[in-house]
Design a protein around this ligand. Structure first.
Ligand code: GDP
Ligand code: IMO
Ligand code: MG
Length: 428
């Protein structure tokens, strides 16, 4: 019963879409299990076409794999339908998509509240994607959420919306001085989505159980990342779900015993979008260099990504937390042409060295990286496919990451394309 979990091991945008697509041809199901359209997963197919996927699992570009949106995802139906249509226009058939009836819906009041709360937070804002993610998960936990299955019952949809808007409209109007949201208009809008989404709605967990029982391979595609996890990340500067490997079981409805491999994706350096602590962040020319060469602009919001050196403390934490069996280090090509490549091996916090995540967020805010300077390389490595084809110093850098993270590096990314990888160990 092989299930594989693929997670981001940093702060997002590690290249999860690329790696999912890379192995998507060899699996039977690709499942999104958490987050929503705050995610932006880029896939570049061998014919050079670039796709930015937000809700659609990155297995969509292969004709064989079934694609599943699990119960742990929050679904903005308008965005999903636009994505389905956009893919169809480009000749990608996603009629095999399955959506869990238990997934929660992003509603107009979620988007409105996400934006207005951020504005009121001012300099304390999270820097969310503004897609309504936090408020949607908030309603879910408060047991006021509206689920995909509610689209199939107009009476229930209206009733639930009336209940939640009775309270949320007061907040929008009285606290934030915003217009109240009209129940009738929302019901009407969402019933048009219901008509189109109906064929895709199913009991996805039963589908996955059957697949696993038949010995099929299920790939659980994480969105966001370990350090954005609500419980294990840099709270409160996190997303509102559990992107870590444990979240895959909950968000897809499969048992932990089904998982036999956990792929952790990291960049060869670090990026972060939005607010929050980031010990290895660079504010100098090196940071600008990484942003420019790595094209570090958000897939979802177009925002500049913050950039910094590789943080092995984070890598080690992510390895232990997720049980990573295979690391993928993407974008090694971006580091070509540097005299030396600093690697953060530990932190200094209030004069003391620590090799692990500190206990408190305050300490993490005060963490100063302790760097090991590794010699760089000048060669263009984008054509390398075997580890031995990488310059000796690039090999050393990868091996050092492996040592520090405490797990093997199975794939090294040397370009955005599906085949632009050095494969050391197969992921399937
Ligand atoms: P995700 O959210 O984890 O799927 O990552 P994003 O798609 O948001 O950001 C990763 C970016 O890096 C995308 O533009 C990818 O096309 C690109 N990318 C992925 N792997 C590589 C690599 O090995 N080299 C280079 N140069 N770009 C890569
Ligand atoms: P992928 O899947 C990078 C960040 C936001 C913000 C915080 C909370 O492409 O790696 P939210 O809208 O989720 O409430 O925002 O999380 N964030 C991401 N950063 N990649 C993502 O997804 C992200 N999804 C959310 O920038 O700091
Ligand atoms: Mg992304």
């Amino acid at each position: 019963m092989p299930a594989i979990v693929l997670i981001g091991a940093q702060w997002g945008d590690e290249g999860k879409g690329k790696v999912t697509d890379m192995i998507g041809g060899g699996v039977d199901y690709v499942v999104r299990y958490s987050g929503g359209n705050n995610a932006g997963h880029t896939v570049v197919t061998p014919d050079g076409q670039k796709f930015a996927l937000h809700l659609m699992p990155s297995g969509a570009l292969w004709p064989n794999a079934a694609i599943v949106i699990g119960n742990g995802v929050v679904v903005d139906p308008k965005v999903l339908l636009a994505e389905i249509d956009g893919l169809a226009e480009r000749g990608v058939d996603v009629s095999r998509l399955m959506i869990s009836g238990d997934a929660h819906l992003i509603m107009p009041h979620h988007r409105a509240l996400d934006r207005v709360v951020e504005r009121y937070l001012g300099s304390s804002r999270i820097g969310t994607t503004g897609r309504g993610i936090g408020p949607a998960y908030g309603d879910k936990v408060a047991r006021m959420g509206i689920r995909v299955q509610d689209l199939l019952d107009p009476g229930i949809l209206r009733k639930k919306l009336e209940i939640v808007l009775r309270e949320r409209n007061q907040v929008l109007f009285k606290v934030y001085n915003r217009k109240e949201i009209d129940v009738d208009a929302v019901v009407e809008e969402y019933l048009t989505y219901a008509e189109r989404l109906r064929p895709y709605i199913t009991d996805t967990r039963a589908v996955l159980w059957k697949g696993l029982e038949e010995g099929r391979t299920v790939l659980l595609e994480g969105a966001q990342a370990t350090m954005l996890d609500m419980d294990h990340g840099t709270y409160p500067f996190v997303t509102s779900s559990n992107p870590t490997a444990g979240g895959a079981c909950v968000g897809a409805g499969i048992p932990p015993t089904a998982i036999n491999r956990v792929i952790g994706v990291t960049k060869a350096y670090t990026t972060r979008v939005g607010s929050g602590p980031f010990p290895t962040e660079l504010f100098d020319d090196n940071g600008v260099h990484l942003r420019k060469v790595g094209r570090e602009y958000g897939t979802t919001t177009g925002r500049e990504r913050r950039t910094g050196w590789y943080d092995a403390v984070v890598a080690r934490y992510a390895t232990r937390l997720n049980g990573i069996t295979d690391l993928v280090v993407t974008k090694l090509d971006v580091l070509s042409g540097l005299e030396t490549v600093p690697l953060c091996v530990a932190y200094e916090i209030d004069g003391k060295r620590t090799d692990d995540m500190p206990l408190t967020q305050t300490e993490f805010h005060h963490a100063t990286p302790i760097y090991e300077e590794l010699p760089g390389w000048w060669e263009d490595i984008s054509g390398a496919r075997e580890f031995s084809e990488l310059p000796a110093n690039a090999q050393r850098y990868v091996e050092r990451i492996e040592e520090l993270a405490g797990t093997r590096v199975s794939i090294v990314g040397v370009g955005p394309g599906r085949d632009e990888n050095v494969v050391r160990h197969s992921l399937l």
